[in-house]
Design a protein around this ligand. Structure first.
Ligand code: AMP
Ligand code: GLY
Length: 430
């Protein structure tokens, strides 16, 4: 198969890395890759989706894998459909499950999918009537895409009022002219990636993303500072997750959701049970990095079966243990990240520590790879000693006063059982 991957982050690097291992792959094409993985395929440049689709047709490309949300919401898949190229990702209509929080809430409500109670507001004059219905903390969400920054949790009523006014006045331009106001939920969060072929919803193993900048889940929200999979769950939690997948599958069938692609459910395990925080219509970043490293099946074969509406025949295979991913960002991220430092000895660090690195904000300058943005790279590894290898590698990395969280993942061995004292867990200290 000839495959085109669209997008420039570590998620797309991981997709390219995994698809490159497929026995079905004839040729990989990339659109907008960063300089850290552009050499994994032939790069296509185009001025818009229409031109990209027409170039792809000329090159006999068989499948588009669209990475980020903006191109989906802006219609990349619609253009590829016009020239008859299948895609992993919905057209504009179903991309709205991510493109509009109000649309997603209505979908959940219609289908009895548990979620926080909510109101939609677009006129400042309704502010008091709406806020009156909620206790603090109150969650405010810009309806449209806001690059992951559109959620505000207000701890006081004056903060909720002031922020809601700012949103409605256009803090996120058109995206926040309509706002979803919702009940605050508490509990551990899970990212559940599923693949949908129009008939069957196929779940991946549950993953966890660390959205806050600082250890202990403190500091500002970011695009994600690390992740791991699978998340250890109790039996009843697995059962709840299974029931949720069935419910979502039924909802998609009932609504005749006519696309092949990813549905990422942002879930929260509350005391009253599992609830949905949000839908994304793409792979998560950074969850995709450990998920694809942990996947033992041929991803392209799975995509091909999805396009042929055969996901009911797929049984995904996973490696044993867990896979971890720690994101290194540039000093100043997420507000004003430093740019330009060389990422020295990266190949040596990768081979010395046996880790896999997926690049995001990087650029080649005079043949040298340099940090060029907020989240610079993801360091990943599978297995019992994975966290130690990752953190050893990160200590050796040297660019732009890098920052990273030191608490990503579960402690694999408890204090009671660890007698090795090999720096393998919290009790040894890595
Ligand atoms: P979202 O983009 O909707 O996933 O929101 C981003 C993050 O905000 C989530 O991962 C949660 O940590 C937090 N969040 C969103 N909605 C709620 C809610 N109703 N209650 C508590 N936290 C929330
Ligand atoms: N990891 C969160 C996201 O991809 O939106």
């Amino acid at each position: 198969m000839k495959v085109l991957i669209y997008g420039s982050g570590a998620r797309e690097h991981a997709l390219a890395w995994k698809i490159n291992q497929s026995s079905l792959l004839e040729k990989l094409y990339l659109c907008k890759p960063n300089d850290g993985f552009a050499d994994l395929g032939e790069v296509i440049e185009a001025t818009g989706f229409e031109q990209l689709a027409s170039i792809s047709k000329e090159k006999n490309i068989d499948l588009l894998v669209a990475g980020p949300e903006e191109p989906l919401v802006n219609g990349i898949v619609d253009e590829f459909r016009k020239v008859g190229i299948p895609a992993i990702g919905p057209a504009k209509d179903w991309a709205m499950l991510e493109g509009s929080k109000a649309f997603a809430k209505e979908f959940m409500q219609r289908n009895n999918i548990p979620t926080a109670s909510y109101e939609v507001i677009s006129d400042e004059k309704d502010l008091y009537n709406v806020l009156e219905k909620f206790n603090v903390p109150i969650v405010l969400k810009a309806d449209g895409l806001a690059a992951g920054k559109g959620v505000h949790i207000a701890n006081t009523r004056p903060d909720a009022e002031q922020t809601l006014i700012e949103f409605l006045k256009g803090r996120f331009n058109k995206a926040s002219k309509r706002v979803v106001v919702e009940e605050f939920l508490e509990g551990p969060e899970l990212s559940l990636i599923t693949l949908w072929d129009g008939n069957t919803l196929l779940p991946f193993i549950p993953a966890r993303d660390y959205k806050k900048l600082e250890e202990g889940n403190k500091g500002p929200n970011t695009g994600g500072m690390g992740s791991y999979c699978p998340v250890s769950l109790e039996l009843n939690e697995y059962e709840e997750l299974e029931l949720y997948v069935k419910k979502l599958e039924t909802a998609l069938k009932n609504e005749k959701a006519d696309f092949v692609g990813v549905i990422y459910s942002g879930l929260i395990m509350t005391k009253e049970g599992l609830k949905v925080l949000e839908y994304n219509m793409r792979f998560g970043d950074p969850e995709t990095q450990p998920l694809l490293m942990h996947l033992d099946s041929d991803l392209l074969e799975v995509f091909k079966m999805a396009v042929n509406k055969e996901l009911d025949k797929v049984e995904l295979k996973w490696k044993p243990g867990q896979t971890f991913c720690v994101v290194a960002a540039a000093q100043g991220y997420p507000v004003s990240p430093k740019k330009g430092g060389e990422i020295k000895n990266i190949d040596q660090i990768i081979s010395d520590h046996g880790v896999t690195v997926f690049f995001a904000g990087v650029k080649k300058q005079d043949g040298k790879l340099t940090a060029d943005g907020g989240r610079v790279l993801s360091v990943c590894q599978t297995g019992v000693y994975a966290q130690k290898y990752i953190y050893d590698a990160l200590q050796k990395l040297n660019f732009c006063d890098k920052i990273y969280r030191k608490d990503i993942g579960e402690v694999s061995l408890s204090k009671e059982v660890c007698k090795k004292n090999e720096g393998c867990c919290d009790s040894c200290g890595f």
